[in-house]
Design a protein around this ligand. Sequence first.
Ligand code: SAM
Length: 220
Amino acid sequence: MWGPEGLDELEAELLGPPEALKGKDVLEIGAGAAQCARWLAAQGARPVALDISHRQLQHALRIGGAFPLVCADAGALPFADGSFDLACSAYGALPFVAEPVLVLREVRRVLRPGGRFVFSVTHPIRWALPDEPGPEGLTVSSSYFDRTPYVEQDDQGRAVYVEHHRTLGDRVRDVVAAGFKLVDLVEPEWPAWNTSEWGGWSPLRGNLIPGTAIFVCERD
Ligand SMILES: C[S@@+](CC[C@H](N)C(=O)[O-])C[C@H]1O[C@@H](n2cnc3c(N)ncnc32)[C@H](O)[C@@H]1O
């Protein structure tokens, strides 16, 4: 699943036709509980699920799956050049790093020639709107151009959650600067079957503005 709209890789085929995944080495970046890696393994691929959070990988371990889990920073991938045919990330790592181009360069390095990296992030337009599912979530409340990160701190003032904003243009420039070719930018539409409402997600907003941006990148 690429995002809260519910766009499924089986339907989207952004990594290629599901039958072509068989035997492919696929790196999942910011895997969390490794939902994507689990799906990839079920298609016959050979996934590796990577996340910086040991706790997230413990959830992945508990749920299960016959593939490696790697605890590492996406900005310093512990793999040799050209180790993977494909890489993917559903809302993983990229929104949470100050210099996403470093992650993109690392992913390019570990991909084989012709490899594809597909990643989804919150659509940048959402930054300008409050995170509310109702009508109050439809009025611009801050600048789309303000790159000041959103930070939550603990009692000692230490950052415990940081989310960075990149405009759509910033993201395209990052992809190009990392040496990738951008082959598609998918903005999934809210499907009629999805009636869920939570956080900033709802049919009301989903029918009016995009929620997810999916970048399909290729290395030569
Ligand atoms: C919003 S969750 C997405 C998890 C999963 N992809 C999913 O679809 O449910 C973001 C994940 O990125 C991971 N992450 C954040 N910064 C990272 C980094 N620098 N390197 C690797 N993983 C990172 C977090 O630990 C978290 O598991």
